[in-house]
Design a protein around this ligand. Structure first.
Ligand code: AMP
Ligand code: FE
Ligand code: FE
Ligand code: ZN
Length: 286
Protein backbone atom coordinates (compact mmCIF):
# COMPACT_ATOMS: atom_id res chain seq x y z
CA UNK A 1 0.00 0.00 0.00
CA UNK A 2 1.32 3.38 -0.93
CA UNK A 3 1.33 5.86 1.85
CA UNK A 4 -1.04 8.71 1.18
CA UNK A 5 0.68 12.06 1.55
CA UNK A 6 -1.56 15.05 1.64
CA UNK A 7 0.69 17.96 2.50
CA UNK A 8 4.48 18.24 2.58
CA UNK A 9 6.95 20.96 3.51
CA UNK A 10 10.54 19.83 3.04
CA UNK A 11 12.47 22.90 4.11
CA UNK A 12 12.13 24.06 7.73
CA UNK A 13 14.57 25.61 10.21
CA UNK A 14 14.72 25.35 14.00
CA UNK A 15 16.85 26.70 16.84
CA UNK A 16 19.44 24.07 15.84
CA UNK A 17 20.39 26.73 13.25
CA UNK A 18 18.70 30.07 12.63
CA UNK A 19 15.04 29.25 13.19
CA UNK A 20 13.11 30.70 16.10
CA UNK A 21 11.24 27.57 17.26
CA UNK A 22 12.81 24.48 18.82
CA UNK A 23 12.65 21.32 16.67
CA UNK A 24 9.63 19.94 18.53
CA UNK A 25 7.93 23.32 18.14
CA UNK A 26 8.45 23.27 14.38
CA UNK A 27 6.92 19.79 14.24
CA UNK A 28 3.96 20.91 16.35
CA UNK A 29 3.38 23.98 14.17
CA UNK A 30 3.49 21.85 11.01
CA UNK A 31 1.04 19.31 12.44
CA UNK A 32 -1.23 22.16 13.49
CA UNK A 33 -1.15 23.49 9.93
CA UNK A 34 -2.18 20.07 8.60
CA UNK A 35 1.14 18.79 7.23
CA UNK A 36 1.68 15.04 6.99
CA UNK A 37 5.30 14.99 5.81
CA UNK A 38 8.04 17.39 6.86
CA UNK A 39 11.81 17.62 6.86
CA UNK A 40 13.81 19.73 9.29
CA UNK A 41 16.68 21.19 7.25
CA UNK A 42 18.89 23.21 9.53
CA UNK A 43 22.00 24.94 8.17
CA UNK A 44 25.01 22.63 8.59
CA UNK A 45 23.36 20.73 11.44
CA UNK A 46 21.37 17.57 12.03
CA UNK A 47 21.16 18.16 15.77
CA UNK A 48 17.42 18.89 15.75
CA UNK A 49 16.36 15.98 13.57
CA UNK A 50 15.73 13.38 16.26
CA UNK A 51 13.70 15.75 18.44
CA UNK A 52 11.61 16.83 15.43
CA UNK A 53 11.05 13.22 14.42
CA UNK A 54 9.98 12.08 17.88
CA UNK A 55 7.59 15.02 18.25
CA UNK A 56 6.29 14.77 14.67
CA UNK A 57 5.61 11.05 14.77
CA UNK A 58 3.61 11.41 17.97
CA UNK A 59 1.45 13.88 16.06
CA UNK A 60 0.99 11.43 13.19
CA UNK A 61 3.42 13.05 10.73
CA UNK A 62 6.24 11.47 8.83
CA UNK A 63 9.53 13.33 9.45
CA UNK A 64 12.34 12.87 6.93
CA UNK A 65 15.94 13.33 8.00
CA UNK A 66 17.15 16.60 6.52
CA UNK A 67 19.98 19.12 6.41
CA UNK A 68 20.90 22.22 4.37
CA UNK A 69 24.63 22.36 3.62
CA UNK A 70 26.12 25.74 2.74
CA UNK A 71 28.37 25.62 -0.31
CA UNK A 72 30.22 28.36 -2.15
CA UNK A 73 31.85 31.26 -0.33
CA UNK A 74 29.90 34.37 -1.31
CA UNK A 75 26.79 33.00 -2.99
CA UNK A 76 24.03 31.20 -1.12
CA UNK A 77 24.54 27.84 -2.81
CA UNK A 78 22.63 25.57 -0.46
CA UNK A 79 22.32 21.81 -0.90
CA UNK A 80 19.48 20.02 0.87
CA UNK A 81 20.04 16.43 1.98
CA UNK A 82 17.13 14.07 2.62
CA UNK A 83 16.70 10.58 4.03
CA UNK A 84 20.33 9.99 5.08
CA UNK A 85 21.54 8.33 8.29
CA UNK A 86 21.72 11.11 10.90
CA UNK A 87 24.45 9.19 12.74
CA UNK A 88 26.75 8.95 9.71
CA UNK A 89 30.22 9.81 11.06
CA UNK A 90 31.69 11.83 8.15
CA UNK A 91 28.54 13.95 7.77
CA UNK A 92 28.50 14.74 11.49
CA UNK A 93 32.20 15.57 11.34
CA UNK A 94 31.63 17.85 8.33
CA UNK A 95 28.90 19.74 10.22
CA UNK A 96 31.15 20.00 13.27
CA UNK A 97 33.94 21.56 11.18
CA UNK A 98 31.55 23.95 9.51
CA UNK A 99 30.24 25.00 12.90
CA UNK A 100 33.79 25.81 14.06
CA UNK A 101 34.44 27.81 10.89
CA UNK A 102 31.20 29.69 11.46
CA UNK A 103 32.34 30.60 14.97
CA UNK A 104 35.56 32.24 13.74
CA UNK A 105 33.74 33.92 10.87
CA UNK A 106 31.11 35.35 13.22
CA UNK A 107 33.77 36.54 15.64
CA UNK A 108 35.44 38.36 12.74
CA UNK A 109 32.12 40.00 11.78
CA UNK A 110 31.65 41.29 15.34
CA UNK A 111 35.21 42.71 15.22
CA UNK A 112 34.43 44.56 11.99
CA UNK A 113 31.20 45.91 13.47
CA UNK A 114 33.03 47.12 16.57
CA UNK A 115 35.54 48.96 14.36
CA UNK A 116 32.58 50.61 12.67
CA UNK A 117 31.29 51.83 16.03
CA UNK A 118 28.60 49.18 16.42
CA UNK A 119 29.78 46.88 19.13
CA UNK A 120 27.89 43.63 19.65
CA UNK A 121 29.54 41.02 21.80
CA UNK A 122 30.38 37.71 20.22
CA UNK A 123 29.18 35.95 23.37
CA UNK A 124 25.78 37.57 23.02
CA UNK A 125 25.58 36.47 19.36
CA UNK A 126 26.34 32.90 20.41
CA UNK A 127 23.75 33.08 23.17
CA UNK A 128 21.15 34.18 20.64
CA UNK A 129 22.20 31.39 18.31
CA UNK A 130 22.03 28.44 20.71
CA UNK A 131 22.77 26.11 17.77
CA UNK A 132 24.80 26.71 14.61
CA UNK A 133 25.75 30.39 14.52
CA UNK A 134 25.30 32.59 11.45
CA UNK A 135 24.52 36.02 10.09
CA UNK A 136 20.86 35.98 11.25
CA UNK A 137 22.10 35.87 14.85
CA UNK A 138 24.48 38.77 14.22
CA UNK A 139 21.52 40.65 12.75
CA UNK A 140 19.37 39.95 15.81
CA UNK A 141 22.20 41.12 18.11
CA UNK A 142 22.51 44.35 16.08
CA UNK A 143 18.78 44.86 16.41
CA UNK A 144 18.83 44.16 20.14
CA UNK A 145 21.69 46.66 20.63
CA UNK A 146 19.70 49.29 18.76
CA UNK A 147 22.20 49.65 15.89
CA UNK A 148 19.51 48.79 13.32
CA UNK A 149 15.72 48.90 13.21
CA UNK A 150 15.22 45.47 11.64
CA UNK A 151 16.96 42.25 10.75
CA UNK A 152 16.72 43.10 7.06
CA UNK A 153 18.34 46.49 7.65
CA UNK A 154 21.26 44.67 9.29
CA UNK A 155 21.63 42.45 6.22
CA UNK A 156 21.15 45.24 3.69
CA UNK A 157 23.59 47.69 5.27
CA UNK A 158 26.24 45.58 6.94
CA UNK A 159 26.34 41.82 6.52
CA UNK A 160 25.38 40.98 2.94
CA UNK A 161 28.12 40.26 0.37
CA UNK A 162 29.83 43.51 -0.56
CA UNK A 163 28.80 45.23 2.70
CA UNK A 164 31.44 46.33 5.20
CA UNK A 165 30.98 43.74 7.96
CA UNK A 166 30.42 40.77 5.65
CA UNK A 167 32.84 37.88 5.95
CA UNK A 168 32.57 35.05 3.41
CA UNK A 169 32.42 31.43 4.48
CA UNK A 170 35.12 28.96 3.52
CA UNK A 171 34.25 27.47 0.17
CA UNK A 172 32.74 23.97 -0.06
CA UNK A 173 32.19 22.50 -3.51
CA UNK A 174 28.73 21.28 -4.47
CA UNK A 175 30.24 18.00 -5.68
CA UNK A 176 31.70 17.38 -2.21
CA UNK A 177 28.45 18.18 -0.38
CA UNK A 178 26.52 15.91 -2.74
CA UNK A 179 29.01 13.07 -2.30
CA UNK A 180 28.81 13.35 1.48
CA UNK A 181 25.01 13.19 1.44
CA UNK A 182 25.12 10.17 -0.89
CA UNK A 183 27.65 8.40 1.32
CA UNK A 184 25.31 8.95 4.25
CA UNK A 185 22.51 7.24 2.26
CA UNK A 186 20.53 10.32 1.22
CA UNK A 187 19.58 12.30 -1.85
CA UNK A 188 20.82 15.82 -2.64
CA UNK A 189 18.62 18.67 -3.85
CA UNK A 190 19.55 22.23 -4.86
CA UNK A 191 17.76 24.64 -2.46
CA UNK A 192 16.05 27.82 -3.70
CA UNK A 193 17.84 28.16 -7.08
CA UNK A 194 16.41 31.64 -7.65
CA UNK A 195 18.42 32.93 -4.69
CA UNK A 196 21.51 32.41 -6.82
CA UNK A 197 20.30 35.49 -8.72
CA UNK A 198 21.35 34.17 -12.10
CA UNK A 199 19.74 34.32 -15.52
CA UNK A 200 17.85 31.23 -16.66
CA UNK A 201 20.42 30.15 -19.26
CA UNK A 202 23.40 30.21 -16.90
CA UNK A 203 21.35 28.64 -14.12
CA UNK A 204 20.31 25.80 -16.42
CA UNK A 205 23.88 25.09 -17.46
CA UNK A 206 25.16 25.23 -13.87
CA UNK A 207 22.44 22.84 -12.68
CA UNK A 208 23.33 20.56 -15.60
CA UNK A 209 26.96 20.52 -14.40
CA UNK A 210 25.93 19.79 -10.82
CA UNK A 211 23.69 17.00 -12.05
CA UNK A 212 26.74 15.42 -13.69
CA UNK A 213 28.36 15.63 -10.26
CA UNK A 214 25.47 13.70 -8.71
CA UNK A 215 22.87 16.31 -7.76
CA UNK A 216 19.49 14.52 -7.62
CA UNK A 217 16.87 17.23 -7.53
CA UNK A 218 15.72 20.84 -7.64
CA UNK A 219 13.67 22.67 -5.03
CA UNK A 220 11.17 24.03 -7.53
CA UNK A 221 8.56 25.18 -5.02
CA UNK A 222 9.99 27.85 -2.73
CA UNK A 223 8.82 31.39 -1.91
CA UNK A 224 11.77 32.84 -3.87
CA UNK A 225 10.47 31.31 -7.13
CA UNK A 226 7.75 33.38 -8.73
CA UNK A 227 5.32 31.45 -10.94
CA UNK A 228 7.36 31.95 -14.13
CA UNK A 229 10.58 30.90 -12.34
CA UNK A 230 8.90 27.81 -10.89
CA UNK A 231 7.64 26.86 -14.35
CA UNK A 232 11.18 27.20 -15.71
CA UNK A 233 12.69 25.16 -12.86
CA UNK A 234 9.99 22.51 -13.20
CA UNK A 235 10.64 22.13 -16.93
CA UNK A 236 14.37 21.96 -16.27
CA UNK A 237 13.93 19.21 -13.64
CA UNK A 238 11.74 17.20 -16.02
CA UNK A 239 14.18 17.66 -18.87
CA UNK A 240 17.14 16.59 -16.72
CA UNK A 241 15.19 13.72 -15.12
CA UNK A 242 15.73 15.21 -11.66
CA UNK A 243 13.56 15.15 -8.55
CA UNK A 244 11.17 18.02 -7.85
CA UNK A 245 10.77 19.15 -4.23
CA UNK A 246 9.17 22.01 -2.33
CA UNK A 247 9.78 23.81 0.93
CA UNK A 248 8.80 27.07 2.58
CA UNK A 249 12.19 27.75 4.25
CA UNK A 250 10.28 28.55 7.44
CA UNK A 251 12.51 30.22 10.04
CA UNK A 252 9.83 31.19 12.56
CA UNK A 253 7.39 33.99 12.68
CA UNK A 254 9.43 37.19 12.52
CA UNK A 255 12.20 36.31 10.05
CA UNK A 256 11.73 36.14 6.32
CA UNK A 257 10.01 32.86 5.46
CA UNK A 258 7.43 33.43 8.13
CA UNK A 259 4.86 30.76 7.46
CA UNK A 260 4.97 26.99 7.13
CA UNK A 261 3.87 26.06 3.62
CA UNK A 262 4.60 29.54 2.21
CA UNK A 263 4.72 29.29 -1.58
CA UNK A 264 3.67 25.63 -1.57
CA UNK A 265 -0.01 26.12 -2.40
CA UNK A 266 1.22 25.88 -6.01
CA UNK A 267 2.81 22.43 -5.57
CA UNK A 268 0.10 20.40 -7.33
CA UNK A 269 2.07 17.19 -7.97
CA UNK A 270 3.20 16.93 -4.37
CA UNK A 271 1.96 13.35 -4.04
CA UNK A 272 3.85 12.05 -7.09
CA UNK A 273 6.96 14.12 -6.47
CA UNK A 274 7.18 12.91 -2.88
CA UNK A 275 6.66 9.25 -3.83
CA UNK A 276 9.52 9.58 -6.30
CA UNK A 277 11.74 11.24 -3.69
CA UNK A 278 11.02 8.42 -1.21
CA UNK A 279 11.69 5.81 -3.89
CA UNK A 280 15.08 7.37 -4.71
CA UNK A 281 15.98 7.43 -1.03
CA UNK A 282 15.09 3.73 -0.74
CA UNK A 283 17.15 2.91 -3.82
CA UNK A 284 20.17 4.68 -2.37
CA UNK A 285 19.98 2.45 0.68
CA UNK A 286 20.16 -0.74 -1.41
P1 AMP B 1 24.89 32.46 6.90
O1 AMP B 1 24.73 30.99 6.62
O2 AMP B 1 25.47 32.71 8.25
O3 AMP B 1 25.65 33.15 5.81
O4 AMP B 1 23.42 33.08 6.93
C1 AMP B 1 22.56 32.85 5.85
C2 AMP B 1 21.11 32.91 6.31
O5 AMP B 1 20.77 34.25 6.59
C3 AMP B 1 20.12 32.47 5.26
O6 AMP B 1 19.91 31.09 5.32
C4 AMP B 1 18.86 33.20 5.68
O7 AMP B 1 18.21 32.49 6.70
C5 AMP B 1 19.40 34.48 6.28
N1 AMP B 1 19.35 35.63 5.37
C6 AMP B 1 20.07 35.82 4.23
N2 AMP B 1 19.78 37.03 3.68
C7 AMP B 1 18.84 37.61 4.48
C8 AMP B 1 18.13 38.86 4.47
N3 AMP B 1 18.34 39.76 3.50
N4 AMP B 1 17.24 39.10 5.45
C9 AMP B 1 17.04 38.19 6.44
N5 AMP B 1 17.68 37.01 6.52
C10 AMP B 1 18.57 36.70 5.56
FE1 FE C 1 18.57 30.46 7.29
FE1 FE D 1 19.02 28.29 2.27
ZN1 ZN E 1 16.90 27.24 4.38
Amino acid sequence: MEERIMKADLHLHSTASDGLLPPAGVAAAAAQAGYTLIALTDHDSTDGVKEARAAGEKLGMRVLTGVELSCGAQKEIHILGYGFDPDHGPLREFCRERREQRISRTRRMTELLAQMGMPVSFDRVQEIARGVVGRPHVARALLEAGHVKSVSEAFDRYISPGKPAYVPKEDVRVADAVRLIHEAGGVAVLAHPMELKMGEASLASLIGEWKEQGLDGIEVWHPSAQNNHAAFLHALALCEGMLVTGGSDFHGADLHGGRIGDGLERWRDVQDDVQRLLAWINQRKE
